[in-house]
Ligand binder design. Structure first.
Ligand SMILES: Nc1nc2c(ncn2[C@@H]2O[C@H](COP(=O)(O)OP(=O)(O)OP(=O)(O)O)[C@@H](O)[C@H]2O)c(=O)[nH]1
Ligand SMILES: [Mg+2]
Length: 329
């Protein structure tokens, strides 16, 4: 594979080349990894910056429908839109992929759009790295907006929030005044909460739910990266394409303010640091799972089980043997 040629075609915005590049960074093969590194290095500093928008929401809340109509609205404005998914679980069955194909039918046919499903990987750390690399490739390919979708279960929202400039939380209209058991941590990472399905019979409920969340957001601790009035809650109807322009205007208002105040670049710098540290931890753990450490660990574990050595001493011994000189205590 000619990496220079691939890089040039990605920089020229060729979607097929972009897809090949993403396949390369997703590959587990050692020779592919080397090529992927070379490709990413070649593309780094292309100077292109997309708006990275994270989007999370529980199953059935309307993420796919929203991405289709929101994406089409952006396309109509002349913007190029890439959609990536983060799904560490195997919850994404053939059914929902099929559903996505029909729910994002227009967007998947648009020449200005690029849609990529989640890499088949069970390990969240692995998915996170591949998605970050895919984002970098989409930016190099000149996409204006990269939407990173995740289903709102487990810790994948946090992962997506850590790779997004802005994080949107999609919620369904809910009866009563209970806040749908949305975890506080998730609320705290949201920049804009969108109450979807604000149409038909659900419209009044959606408006009420929106007011509830607006109230809840006001009670959260003020974050330095927010101007007055943010984070905020809005109603939308992905199906009827309502409220999408307003949502886009709010996204831009927030992004503009953050750019002017340095929070936009600051957040990216913080994220880069976060991922660097995560990679170091991942790398260390991966080495523990490989020989010769794996075998030595098993042997020591047997001694610990047999009561021949204490757990603490055994751990010290192992770390000293394998890390002692390179990482002095
Ligand atoms: N009334 C109404 N229904 C909607 C709206 N958006 C989505 N739906 C419906 O809600 C259902 C789920 O929509 P999806 O877009 O597949 O939801 P999702 O969040 O992608 O679901 P998963 O991919 O399974 O997590 C579908 O039947 C949609 O037609 C909306 O704005 N209004
Ligand atoms: Mg979906």
């Amino acid at each position: 594979m000619d990496i220079e040629d691939l890089a040039e075609r990605i920089l020229a915005g060729e979607r097929r080349a972009l897809a090949r590049g993403i396949t390369l960074v997703e590959s587990g093969r050692a020779d592919h990894k080397t090529m992927a590194r070379a490709l990413l290095e070649r593309l780094r500093g292309s100077g292109r910056e997309a708006m990275r928008i994270g989007l999370s929401g529980t199953p059935g809340v309307g993420k796919s429908t929203f991405i289709e109509s929101f994406g089409m609205m952006l396309v109509a404005q002349g913007l190029r839109v890439a959609v990536l998914a983060v799904d560490p679980s195997s919850a994404r069955t053939g059914g929902s992929i099929l559903g996505d194909k029909t729910r994002m039918e227009r967007l998947s046919r648009s020449r200005q759009a690029f849609i990529r499903p989640s890499p088949a990987q069970s390990h969240l750390g692995g998915v996170a790295r591949r998605t970050r690399e895919a984002i970098a490739l989409c930016e190099a390919a000149g996409f204006d907006v990269v939407l990173i979708e995740t289903v709102g279960v487990g810790q994948s929202e946090t992962v997506v929030a850590e790779m997004s400039d802005l994080f949107l939380l999609l919620l369904a209209p809910a009866g009563g005044d209970e806040l749908q058991g949305v975890k506080r941590g998730i609320m705290e990472t949201a920049d804009i909460i969108l109450i979807n399905k604000a149409d038909g019979d659900l419209k009044a409920t959606a408006t009420r739910t929106c007011a509830d969340y607006a109230g809840a957001l006001r009670l959260l601790r003020k974050r330095p990266q927010d101007p007055e009035g943010f984070p905020k809650a809005l109603t939308v109807s992905a199906a009827l394409e309502r409220g999408l322009e307003t949502a886009w205007a709010e996204i831009n208002a927030l992004a503009d303010w953050r750019r002017e105040t340095g929070h936009f670049a600051g957040r990216r710098a913080e994220q880069a640091r976060f991922w660097f540290e995560a990679e170091v931890r991942e790398g260390l753990l991966a080495r523990l799972r490989r020989e010769p450490v794996k075998g030595a660990m098993a042997a020591l574990a047997a001694q610990v089980e047999a009561g021949q050595i204490s757990a603490e001493l055994a751990a010290d011994e192992l770390l000293e043997t394998y890390l002692g000189e390179s990482l002095p205590t």
